[in-house]
Ligand binder design. Structure first.
Ligand code: 4NP
Length: 166
């Protein structure tokens, strides 16, 4: 994005459950490590169904229980995001496919394009490639997603704070 910070965009389907939670956890962990100035985190959804809405109250509740306040309003990811952000982190394989389709709409040869990566690739010992979608389930699903995202965001920070991304 701008300056010397690394910009990270977390992406799920609706941008109300998983990706705002990932954004909040990532920012809190960066702050705990004294690295908040080095990163810029945001989130978006591949679909626009919930654009303009605040995060789902169940995500807000699991975050608040850990002292994390979720901010922002849902928005749909745009092709421009793939040029503005350094790294785009997909929550599941379906989100990754949508992002790859969006990337194909960019004109080639114009500047840099974000790396598209999978959130759970950064979770040590992950047994499934996808962060499960908790939207239609109960509150237990949100607690499980919180624990997955905490491990994966710590892994992502280890990787990014480790320096060399090339
Ligand atoms: P998210 O969860 O992608 O983690 O924000 C969902 C939110 C809404 C819907 C599906 C998933 N929906 O179908 O409306």
């Amino acid at each position: 994005m701008s300056g010397t910070s690394v910009s990270v965009l977390f992406v799920c389907l609706g941008n109300i459950c998983r990706s705002p939670l990932a954004e909040g956890i990532f920012a809190a962990l960066a702050r705990e490590r004294g690295l908040d100035g080095q990163f810029h985190a945001d989130s978006a959804g591949t679909a626009g169904y919930h654009s303009g809405e605040p995060p789902d109250s169940r995500s807000t509740a699991v975050a608040a229980a850990q002292g994390i306040r979720l901010t922002g309003f849902a928005r749909q990811v745009t092709p421009r995001d793939l040029e503005r952000f350094d790294i785009v982190v997909a929550m599941d394989r379906s989100n990754r496919r949508s992002l790859e389709r969006l990337r194909r709409r960019l004109r080639s040869g114009r500047g840099t394009v974000a790396d598209i990566v999978m959130m759970r690739d950064y979770e040590p010992g992950a047994r499934d490639p996808d962060v499960p979608d908790p939207y239609y389930g109960g509150p237990g699903g949100f607690e499980r997603v919180y624990r997955i995202l905490e491990r994966a965001c710590n892994g992502l920070l280890d990787e990014l704070a480790g320096g060399d991304r090339d």
